[in-house]
Design a protein around this ligand. Sequence first.
Ligand SMILES: [Zn+2]
Length: 247
Amino acid sequence: MIRIRRTALPPDLADRLRERTGRLRAAGADCAGARAEWKSARAVRVRLTDHLTAMATGIRRCMYCGDGLGTDIDHFEPLAAAPLRAFDWPNHLLACSHCNSHEKRELFPRAADGTPLLVDPSAEDPYDHLELVLSTGVYEALTVRGEATIEVFGLNRPDLVRGRAAAFIRTVCMLRDRARLVRPVGLAEDADAETEAAEIAVSLLDQPFADVLYAMLRYRDLPGAEHVLRGKEVVEALADPALHFWS
Ligand SMILES: [Zn+2]
């Protein structure tokens, strides 16, 4: 899970969301009413999906697992708990159908004082609560909220763990390849090498499990980074501003 930057909606779409919310409020809508209104708003949903897709990392990746294709709009705070938030833009995230329908579902745990426990990647940095162990692909919790987030989203399900571990090896190889193409200052320019280096940068961002690169960028300044990131060459490659997608 990585930080997602939420963009503003165009005024006409924001107005349509407000209208729909007003309608729900006037009707005193419960969960069933909110679902029916949401279902009827096909054109709004299509436009929201387009905006979420543009915000998502890589090729329309799920904002929770970073692997599956983001096909569903998830209500972060479920309609069962907050029917009036059906058309609330900050409550919309792009999820794959597995995360939406088989992991998170209607779950929305709260602390004893009522504070939501799940980390919203569009509102805060998940890495304040989660740590990715690159060599194994396993997420470890740094906080109680991290623990709930791992549990509810199933972030350590075996296919994701295996996928992240493989993505780490792949990312290390790509960074080493790219470093060989980036010309040191002072050497003659090589247009083909520059093009290839730029292509590798794009594909690093487009591959599933971008959270692996996200974690590597965060670890590069920490003590022992050379060991964790498989060598000085990789640490140096990560210093390239062209790869600092989330700065
Ligand atoms: Zn997912």
